[in-house]
Design a protein around this ligand. Structure first.
Ligand code: AGP
Length: 362
């Protein structure tokens, strides 16, 4: 079936703006609120028979490539927090190159929009041979990863046509947040936290205005930490792959271990400094970058601009949501930034040179 672009010029632009709806579809029927007890809970049919086994795992390992890997990285802190199980990150090709150990009591979560990525599929075969419980998170019903894993969750983001993954990324994070809530559902002490997250999930699609209000910014380096380290990596990946501009996502805690040498008055730097546990550390990063005359674009929480940047530099304000879901909101301006940069630079938005939507060979 031919999916058209409607009022949009490009699929990528359409898919960025579709995120309020795609997120709603991702969550439909899966978040339960109310009833006489006013209980809030998560229902993931594809996982419910396996939750006990997952809770007994020695480790949970996320495996993916590109944007899917970044989405898993964004979800990792919450999964660690709610499950109490160590969560490891693996890029599929690197795991295979190292033939890294996988154990029978591991749960391996394979994240893939297409469900057909060769490296991820090869890693799945390897994990199955080693006897681990394999969980698939894909956007494609009937894909190889959906078929060959023991259980899983579809992200239901709808077809993604643009080679640059956008709405799949935000839906993947939301699904992994729901998976984290389901795994942690038997822990009484974290109930208030889980309920606050569910409430925040139900309010997420209201970010529509944000997507419409942001236009073209330009950037190269992106500094993030904590929940938003993944946002820096994913923002930089988008700029690289569609705007064909070099961009690098940097863990802000590593700044003094090398990247600080690059800072001068010419190089634009995006610093993600929205409110969460990392906020005061990011404020200090901003001060240090300013002291070296860095050309800053600061992403901060609505109302924080003066406090965070003292009136200098460019500011992108975003609405505050619960910490673990902030990456879903924060990536939108960076997706739009990469989109507008690409159009301004005259490159092909939906089919960047040398890239394919689904990488089915090694
Ligand atoms: C993202 O914009 C890229 N096109 C790419 O990194 C992609 O996410 C990666 O190839 C993994 O694809 P998958 O999610 O279909 O497995």
């Amino acid at each position: 079936e031919q999916i058209n672009k409607g009022k949009y010029e490009h699929y990528m632009q359409k898919e960025i703006h579709e995120q309020p709806e795609s997120l709603t579809t991702t969550m439909r029927g899966r978040l339960i609120r109310g009833g006489s007890s006013k209980r809030k809970s998560v229902l993931l049919g594809g996982l419910k028979d396996h939750l006990k086994t997952i809770r007994r795992s020695r480790r949970i390992v996320f495996i993916g490539c590109g944007t899917s890997y970044n989405a898993a990285l964004a979800a990792r802190p919450l999964l660690e927090e709610l499950s109490g199980i160590p969560v490891m990150m693996e890029i599929a090709s690197d795991l295979l190159d190292r033939q890294a150990p996988i154990y029978r009591d591991d749960t391996i979560i394979f994240v893939s929009q297409s469900g057909e990525t060769a490296d991820t599929l090869n890693a799945l075969e390897y994990a199955l041979e080693n006897g681990a419980l394999c969980v698939g998170i894909t956007n494609t019903v009937g894909s190889a990863i959906a078929r060959n894993t023991h259980c899983g969750v579809h992200i239901n983001a709808g077809s993604e046509i643009g080679v640059a993954s956008t709405k799949a990324y935000t839906s993947q994070i939301v699904v992994m947040a729901m998976v984290s809530l389901a795994i942690g559902a038997d822990t009484i002490s974290s109930k208030p936290r889980r309920e606050a997250i569910i409430e925040s999930l139900l309010n997420l699609p209201e970010m529509k205005d944000l997507a419409q209000s942001l236009i073209s910014e330009q950037s190269l380096l992106m500094f993030g930490r904590g929940y938003n380290y993944a946002t820096a990596l994913e923002g930089a990946l988008k700029v690289k792959e569609v705007a064909l501009m070099h961009s690098e996502g940097i863990l802000a805690g590593e700044m003094k271990h090398g990247p600080l040498a690059l800072v001068d008055e010419n190089l634009p730097i995006v610093v993600i400094a929205t409110r969460d546990q990392s906020f005061s550390k990011q404020q200090s990063v901003i001060q240090q970058l300013k002291a070296r005359k860095g050309r800053l674009i600061v992403m901060c929480t609505e109302g924080d601009a003066a406090a965070v940047c003292g009136g200098s530099g460019r500011v992108i304000e975003v609405p505050l949501v619960v910490d673990c879901l902030q990456p879903v909101v924060n990536i939108v301006p960076l997706q739009l930034l990469s989109y507008h940069l690409t159009v301004l630079r005259g490159y092909n938005v939906d089919q960047p040179r040398n890239l394919a939507k689904s990488v089915t060979t090694e």
